[in-house]
Ligand binder design. Structure first.
Ligand code: FMN
Length: 321
């Protein structure tokens, strides 16, 4: 997939997820294979005020393009933030027009832009003028199910210079639940000439293929399907295991978790890493017999070595698939 002048190897990308798609997780996903990764959303105002976007901008160990996502409602501030990100190595900048959180929509940002298309257009135009890198927008199907504004907003975004559009095919009122609407992605695909990346509910290879078939979308974005299964984008790309090893049978959950843990320990202080890794361990253990007991055990552990001992005991030699 090509977004403006950015050529991606393949068309399966990792979704922005606040509190999840930080550098350690992005590295683990890239270990297997993915076409591009999105950062967690970054406040444009905060970035412009401080010149910093926190440590989520750490690109060490990244081998694929990293798209930095910003949120805000002021065209000039969004443009200034995009300039900072371009200087800091962003492969592209993505404009958040889908976040349903009250504190975000309350300021007219995120999904509030789904019902303020003129402002959304001004933001795209302002950011487009500010940077040379590709500019993408991530939208929802609409503010609520009664008003699917996505095709109209996508058209305006394209007219104002957006280079691709990601469609999370659920309305703001659905937050993250319920089936994603394939017809909305198809309608956006029919409305614009730029690449359209479909998003919502891709939990396996079959879902990704079905989305592409039903909608004609150019790419697929994987969100929660990659939690505890960071190899999912690689599987969809047909790269799995993507590590140079002969087969997925060679890689154990323990290997992946150890590596994930190591990235976290390098990125932040051990006590924070242990806390951050707890939620990932819960996701990794999903579907395993005895996962409830495992979760109760690890939430009480503070020493990384003890956690890894519990991981070894629980996952044993089980391989990823
Ligand atoms: C924990 C979490 C955090 C998220 N944070 C963001 C974010 O920062 N920016 C954004 O555009 N979407 C965010 N999303 C939405 C996802 O990018 C994605 O659109 C949504 O989860 C639907 O895809 P899925 O069904 O594959 O999970 C978040 C979702 C989750 C579950």
């Amino acid at each position: 997939m090509k977004i403006r002048n950015l050529e991606l190897a393949g068309n399966v990308v990792l979704a922005p997820m606040a509190g999840v798609t930080n550098p350690p997780f992005r590295r683990v996903v890239q270990r297997f294979g993915v076409s591009a990764v999105w950062t967690e959303m970054i406040s444009a105002r905060g970035l412009v005020a401080t010149g910093r976007a926190g440590r989520t901008m750490d690109l060490r160990g990244h081998s694929v393009p990293t798209v930095f996502q910003i949120y805000g409602h002021e065209p000039a501030v969004m443009a200034d933030a995009a300039r900072v990100l371009e200087q800091r190595g962003a492969a592209a900048v993505d404009l958040n027009m889908g976040c349903p959180a009250r504190r975000i929509v309350g300021q007219g940002a995120g999904a509030a832009l789904m019902k303020d298309v003129p402002r959304a257009g001004r933001i795209v135009a302002s950011v487009r003028r500010a940077v040379q890198i590709p500019v993408t927008v991530k939208i929802r199907s609409g503010w609520d199910d009664g008003a699917p504004t996505a095709p109209g907003l996508a058209r305006v975004a394209e007219q104002e210079g957006a280079d691709a559009v990601v469609v999370h095919a659920r309305s703001r009122s659905k937050i993250h639940s319920g089936p994603a609407s394939m017809s909305i992605i198809a309608a956006v695909r029919d409305s614009v000439g730029i690449p359209v990346i479909g998003n919502g509910g891709v939990a396996g290879v079959r879902d990704a293929n079905a989305m592409q078939e039903a909608t004609g979308c150019d790419g697929v974005m994987v969100g929660r399907g990659a939690l505890g299964r960071p190899w999912l984008p690689a599987k969809i790309l047909g790269l799995f295991p993507g590590t140079g090893k002969a087969s997925g049978k060679d890689i154990t959950f323990f290997d992946v978790i150890r590596e994930h843990y190591m990235h976290h320990m390098q990125w932040e202080e051990p006590s924070k890493a242990v806390r951050q890794m707890r939620k990932h361990l819960i996701w990794y253990s999903k579907g395993f017999t005895g996962s409830v007991g495992f979760r109760c055990r690890i939430v009480r552990l503070e020493d990384p070595a003890e956690v890894m001992e519990a991981v070894k005991e629980f996952f044993g030699e089980v391989t990823v698939s």
